[in-house]
Design a protein around this ligand. Structure first.
Ligand SMILES: [Zn+2]
Length: 436
């Protein structure tokens, strides 16, 4: 029944005014400069210009997509891929070869995937870039991910939690017990929230150990273990060693199968605070996911303390957002979801400040469930998702959909963005069935 649909990750969204963004100013300028310099010097300055353009636009990834007769350069900004400049075949190939060399890949090899890392200076900063090359039917495609080398702790109050949700989460971290679980699809910001929770749990008198695959950033004051199944360090093996390190709080990057769920339960059973993330569409569906991993109702009821479901939506650019009434299709969509129609909403306009996208940065949308005794009773009775949701609604829990609609009316994000991200329409108040 949900009218939302996920935008394919690699489709460029239409820009608000149908304008072409000026995302590749430096590269364009470099390409226009007359020859004369040595070929290799010119290529290096092209790569440098490409990286600086990407960095200025806050891009997390650069795609170099081959097509017949050329390459399309695209930037991922705030989670969305946007077309920038089109390169002639010769220039594209030269840039690709230079990037491969920089990252220690074999420049002449293009028929097998390769992966490497380079340290590069972007502006005045030294950054790490992961370069991945893969053969496609159109030729070799390159993806450059600009890695965060400096980690700044994101605090709980910076994630976008509403005041009641924030209070609930903070209270849960203060008297934490058992499992704290983050759920949502890939790229929904679960890792950032997990680290923000760790930060909250990090007073000096606590020992925190993490088990991650991969370790995404090195954190001061925390013991991090990198899972390496090829060398025999699985989640299960890591967990055994980790308990001997006398931790108070344990974080396991992701619960992805029955084995890791069992490990998680064993750890929570030992009385430690345990944090992890898993794929589930909302807070209640997390219980189903745990059941599917083979955990028994009595185990889930005893172990789980807090579940936070989340999505990431793009934040409207404050310089150019425009207040407008919702459009007819938006009204229809909200009616389908049985939601109230806000009189005023905001729309993305686009200005140079936001690379003409109308958005700048992202914010979390949340659903927070602190499990009470009554919830545990229902889980013990093997209550289905619908029964659990109905109880939570009675308790006044705000759903992902409602949290997001609140952000739409406050001018933080748009209905269009909400539809693009999707996954908000699983529960409609008053509806008699859940929708998958
Ligand atoms: Zn703007």
């Amino acid at each position: 029944m949900t009218a939302s649909s996920r935008k394919p990750a690699d489709v460029s969204p239409a820009l608000p005014h149908g304008e072409q963004p000026l995302l590749s100013r430096l590269l364009e300028k470099c390409l226009e400069e007359p020859g004369g310099t040595e070929e290799s010097t010119r290529t290096i300055s092209l790569v440098q210009a490409l990286l600086e353009d990407a960095s200025r636009e806050r891009a997390s990834d650069i795609h170099l997509d081959p097509y017949r007769g050329g390459f399309q350069v695209r930037f991922r900004i705030d989670g969305v891929v946007i077309d920038t400049i089109a390169l002639k075949e010769g220039d594209g190939r030269r840039i690709a070869r230079a990037c491969k060399s920089l990252a220690g890949l074999e420049p002449a090899v293009s028929r097998i995937p390769q992966d490497g890392r380079a340290e590069v200076k972007i502006g005045n900063r030294l950054s790490a870039v992961r370069v991945s090359a893969a053969p496609t039917v159109a030729g070799e495609k390159l993806t450059l991910r600009i890695l965060e080398t400096e980690w700044n702790w994101i605090r709980l109050d910076q994630l976008g939690l509403s005041q009641p949700d924030f209070d609930l989460v903070r209270q849960a971290t203060r008297d934490a017990r058992g499992m704290i679980l983050l759920s949502g699809p890939t790229g929904s910001g679960k890792t950032t929230t997990l680290y923000a929770l760790l930060h909250e749990l990090r007073p000096d008198n606590k020992a925190i150990v993490t088990l991650e695959d991969p370790v995404e950033c090195i954190l001061d004051g925390i013991t991090q273990i990198q899972v390496n199944p090829r060398q025999g360090l699985t989640f299960a093996e890591g967990a055994k060693g980790l308990l001997r390190l006398d931790p108070d709080v344990i974080l396991m990057g992701e619960m992805r199968d029955s084995a890791s769920a069992r490990v998680a339960l064993d750890i929570a059973d030992t009385g430690h605070v345990f944090l992890s993330s898993l794929h589930a569409r909302d807070a209640v569906a997390t219980i189903t996911a745990l059941r599917n991993y083979g955990l028994e109702d009595f185990e889930i009821a005893a172990a789980v303390d807090l579940i936070v479901a989340q999505r990431l939506v793009r934040r409207l650019c404050l310089k150019c957002r425009k207040q407008q009434a919702p459009t007819a299709p938006e009204i229809k969509w909200l009616e389908t979801l049985q939601q109230p129609i806000p009189k005023k909403t905001w729309h993305a306009a686009g200005c140079p400040e936001c690379s003409m996208t109308g958005y700048r940065g992202r914010v979390g949308v949340f659903e927070v469930w602190r499990l009470h005794e009554e919830d545990a009773d229902l889980i013990l009775q093997h209550a289905d998702e619908h029964t659990l949701r109905r109880r939570l609604r009675k308790q006044g829990m705000s759903t992902l959909l409602e949290d997001d609609l609140g952000k739409v009316t406050e001018g933080i994000t748009t209905l269009a963005e909400m539809q693009a991200v999707g996954g908000f329409g699983f529960y409609t108040p008053g509806a008699t069935r859940t929708v998958a």
